[in-house]
Design a binder for this molecule. Structure first.
Ligand code: OXD
Length: 299
């Protein structure tokens, strides 16, 4: 059973090495832009991050797609046959890494570090009133990532309210009482562009956004307006709509917006290889693969 590796922008070689270290019999084909129809026709499994345009429709024998990530939206392309199951990685260590990143950014904002960094640039030794953190944080999305984020924020003193699309409370009622909003939602047709001018207007003046989910949750021009007008204090964006960001992307230069290049946390090739090989063995035995996403819901 041949597996096509579509891991770009991560070089496929990392995955080949990690998979062959534990399962040397697994047949792997690394994607190249000039891959032939014959090679695609033989592949029954995909391990990947995204489908290059037109590839899924050229794989008539495809039986399983396994994402190298928790988010699978780049694999749910229209030309992927409806019966093909899609699985994702479930990695508690990655969730912990994400939670640590969120707590770091939430504390940086709530403890006023941004202001002290600015003071240092001016060589100004000035003290401001300080208090232990009690800010209210709304965590949007309470899956593996959001749950870990909420627990760690609570452990350092934040008052946390979780929200997901199935919550009884409408989003606006959660946003209006949040000093900090953390986006940990899956990206679906319903959550695409959820954080727009309306949502930012609901958030209190001086509040802060942290996005560790997907760039497309945020309408970036609306966020830039909300921050430059002073309504929001700022944002920490580990993910952006266009990754990698172009040099002339306007987000780079907005005071108050901190950009990191999708590094909040990543599953290691070894973790991915272990989960992939376990799933592949199920598929080879004719069983349903584990950790499947609901393709209709998108997560
Ligand atoms: C993921 C990610 O979805 O790395 O796992 O963003």
């Amino acid at each position: 059973m041949k597996t096509l590796l579509l891991t770009d922008p991560m070089p496929a070689g990392y995955f080949t090495k990690a998979i062959h270290a534990i399962a040397p019999d697994v047949e792997l084909v690394e994607y190249r832009p000039d891959i032939t129809d014959a090679e695609l026709a033989q592949a029954e499994v995909v391990l990947g991050w995204r489908f290059p345009a037109g590839i899924a429709g050229r794989m008539p024998k495809l039986r399983w797609v396994c994402a190298v990530a928790a988010g699978v939206e780049k694999l749910l392309v229209p030309d992927l046959a409806a019966q093909v199951p899609v699985s994702r990685i479930v990695d508690t260590e990655q969730a912990e890494g994400i939670a640590q990143f969120v707590v770091m950014m939430a504390l940086r904002h709530a403890r006023g570090l941004v202001g002290y960094e600015a003071q240092q640039r001016e060589r100004a030794w000035r003290r401001q009133p300080v208090a232990a953190v009690r800010s209210r944080v709304a965590v949007l999305g309470m899956g593996t990532m959001g749950g870990a984020v909420a627990r760690l924020l609570g452990a350092v003193g934040f008052e946390v309210e979780g929200w997901s699309r199935s919550s009884a409370a409408p989003l606006d009622t959660v946003l209006v009482r949040a000093d900090i909003v953390v986006c940990a939602l899956p990206l679906t047709a319903q959550t695409d562009s959820l954080l727009d001018a309306r949502a930012f207007a609901c958030m209190p003046r001086g509040s802060y956004l942290i996005n560790i989910a997907r760039g497309a949750h945020v309408v970036e021009p609306d966020l830039i307006d909300a921050v430059t007008s002073g309504h929001l204090a700022g944002a920490a964006l580990d993910v952006q709509r266009n990754e990698p960001m172009a040099e002339d992307d306007p987000l780079w230069s907005v005071p108050g917006i901190t950009i990191t290049p999708h590094i909040a946390a990543q599953s290691s090739p070894q973790t991915i290889a272990a989960q992939f090989v376990a799933g592949l063995r199920c598929v080879q035995r004719g069983e349903a693969p584990p950790q499947r996403v609901d393709r209709a819901r998108g997560y």
